[in-house]
Design a protein around this ligand. Structure first.
Ligand SMILES: Cc1cc2nc3c(=O)[nH]c(=O)nc-3n(C[C@H](O)[C@H](O)[C@H](O)COP(=O)(O)OP(=O)(O)OC[C@H]3O[C@@H](n4cnc5c(N)ncnc54)[C@H](O)[C@@H]3O)c2cc1C
Length: 389
C-alpha cells in the first residue's frame, strides 16, 4: 500500500503550505478580530485554484479530486481553522451545484464562484433542526403564474453576508398533498432576503454565521435543482463528499495545535533543562501526534474512496458507501480535535490559555468540531449502521 502523495498532490501541498505561511499566517489576527473574512483572500484562493480544485475544467475548475481538496483544507487550517472553514463552506455549496445543477445553472452559479467574483452559501439548518428534513419550516409555495414564493428562516448560515448564490432546502406541498423537500439555488440579496447580525461564537471567529430571513422571495422553475422532492437525497449526496472537507479542517486544527505544542516543549527550559526530557511531556506529545495522525490517515482513506466512487443522482448505494467512510473520518476527527487541542494547551501550561501563544485559538475552533454540518454523534451512527447492516 502506498502512503505517499503523487507529484500533482505534492505540488498542491507545497502551494497550500506556501499560501498558509505567507498569505494567511501574517493576517491571522486581522482575520480573527474583524469577524469578517477578507474578500481579497477569497480572490487569492480562486487564483491559486483552491476554490475550483475538484470541479470540472469546463466551469473554470482544476478538475482534480478530493485528495487535493483535503490537502488544501488541512494545510490552511493548520495555520487558521477559520480560513479552512471559510473555504470549506464554499466548496460544500459548489459541490451541491456540481452534483445536482443542470448545465445552465452551473454556468450561471458555479463559474463566478470558482473565479472568486461571488461567494456561495449552503443553507439547510433552521431554528428547529440541523439534520431532520421533516422538521423544516421554510416553505416554497406555488403561485398561479408557475413561480414559487419562499418564506422562512435559516439559522447559522455561513457566508450569508457575501454576494453570490445560495443553495437552499425547503418544503413544498406536492400534487397529492405530500410534503416534498426540494433543493434550489438563488442569488443572495435579492428582494425579500435579509440577514441578522452575526452570531458571536466560541471559535471560527474569522468566518461568520447569520440567520437568514426570507420574505416572499420569488423562486422560478429554472432555479430548482434536479427534481422537486429530491432535496433530502441531494443534501445527503452533497454532504457525503462534503463531510470530507470539515474532516480536513479538524485534522489541520489538530496538527496546527500540535505543531505549537512541539515547538514550545523543545524550547521551554525547567531548571536549565528542556521540558522535552520529561517522560510525561513525551507521553502527551506522543498521544497528541498519534490521534492527529490517525485522523489524517482516516481523512486520506475517505478522500481516496470519494475519488474512486463517483455517484450519479439516483445511485443511492454508492452515495451511502462514500458517506459511511467520510462519516467515519469526520466522527473521529470531530471527537479528537477538542481533545488534542486541550492536550496542546496543557503542554504550554498557563501560556497555553493566553491569546498570545495561539494554542487557545486552536482549542476554541476545535470546540465547534462536534457541532457543525451534522452532529459528531450522528457521524458515528452512520458508520455504525453501515458496519452492522
Ligand atoms: C460555525 C457554524 C457554521 C455553520 N454553518 C452552517 C451553514 O453554512 N449551513 C447550514 O445549513 N448550517 C450551518 N451550521 C449549522 C450546523 O450544521 C448545525 O448546527 C449542526 O448540523 C447541528 O445541528 P443542530 O444545531 O440542530 O443540533 P442537533 O441536530 O439538534 O443536535 C443537538 C444534539 O442532539 C444530538 N442528536 C440530534 N439528532 C440526533 C440523532 N438522530 N441521533 C443521535 N443524536 C442526535 C446531537 O448529537 C447533539 O448532541 C453551522 C453551525 C456552526 C456552529
Amino acid at each position: 500500500m502506498e502512503f505517499t502523495l503523487n507529484e500533482q498532490q505534492q505540488m498542491v501541498e507545497e502551494l497550500a503550505k506556501d499560501v498558509a505561511q505567507n498569505a494567511i499566517a501574517p493576517r491571522v489576527e486581522e482575520i480573527e478580530k474583524a469577524e469578517h473574512f477578507p474578500e481579497d483572500l477569497v480572490k487569492l484562493f480562486a487564483e491559486s485554484g483552491f476554490v475550483g480544485i475538484s470541479f470540472p475544467e469546463e466551469y473554470g475548475g482544476m478538475g482534480m479530486g478530493h485528495i487535493e481538496q483535503a490537502i488544501i483544507l488541512k494545510e490552511l487550517s493548520r495555520v487558521s481553522p477559520s480560513t479552512g472553514k471559510m473555504l470549506d463552506v464554499m466548496l460544500l455549496g459548489l459541490e451541491a451545484i456540481d452534483l445536482y445543477a443542470n448545465h445552465e445553472q452551473k454556468v450561471k452559479y458555479l463559474a463566478p464562484c470558482i473565479s472568486g467574483e461571488q461567494i456561495v452559501s449552503f443553507a439547510f439548518t433552521e431554528p428547529e433542526t440541523g439534520s431532520d428534513p421533516k422538521m423544516l419550516k421554510t416553505n416554497l409555495k406555488k403561485q398561479a403564474d408557475g413561480t414559487y414564493k419562499l418564506n422562512g428562516v435559516k439559522r447559522f448560515i455561513s457566508n450569508a453576508a457575501y454576494a453570490g448564490p445560495i443553495v437552499m432546502f425547503a418544503n413544498e406541498e406536492g400534487a397529492d398533498g405530500q410534503t416534498l423537500c426540494t433543493g434550489f439555488v438563488f442569488d443572495k440579496f435579492c428582494k425579500g432576503y435579509s440577514i441578522s447580525s452575526p452570531w458571536e461564537k466560541i471559535g471560527y471567529r474569522g468566518s461568520e454565521v447569520y440567520d437568514i430571513f426570507m420574505d416572499d422571495i420569488i423562486i422560478t422553475e429554472d432555479q430548482i435543482l434536479g427534481k422537486h422532492g429530491d432535496g433530502f437525497t441531494q443534501l445527503l449526496g452533497t454532504t457525503a463528499y462534503g463531510k470530507l472537507g470539515f474532516t480536513a479542517v479538524f485534522v489541520g486544527n489538530m496538527l496546527g495545535a500540535t505543531d505549537l505544542a512541539v515547538k514550545y516543549c523543545r524550547e521551554k527550559l525547567h531548571r536549565g533543562k528542556s521540558i522535552a526530557k520529561f517522560p510525561t511531556v513525551q507521553l502527551r506529545i506522543a498521544e497528541q501526534v498519534t490521534y492527529a495522525k490517525t485522523a489524517e490517515l482516516l481523512l486520506m482513506h475517505a478522500a481516496d474512496i470519494c475519488d474512486n466512487n463517483h455517484f450519479a443522482n439516483d445511485d443511492v448505494a454508492t452515495m451511502r458507501y462514500v458517506q459511511s467512510f467520510t462519516a467515519q473520518a469526520k466522527g473521529y476527527a470531530a471527537e479528537m480535535a477538542p481533545k488534542v487541542c486541550q492536550m496542546a494547551v496543557n503542554s504550554l501550561g498557563a501560556y497555553g490559555v493566553c491569546d498570545e501563544y495561539q494554542v487557545e485559538r486552536f482549542l476554541r475552533d476545535a470546540a465547534i468540531a462536534p457541532n457543525i454540518e451534522g452532529a459528531g454523534d450522528i457521524q458515528k451512527l452512520i458508520f455504525g449502521m453501515f458496519i452492522l447492516k
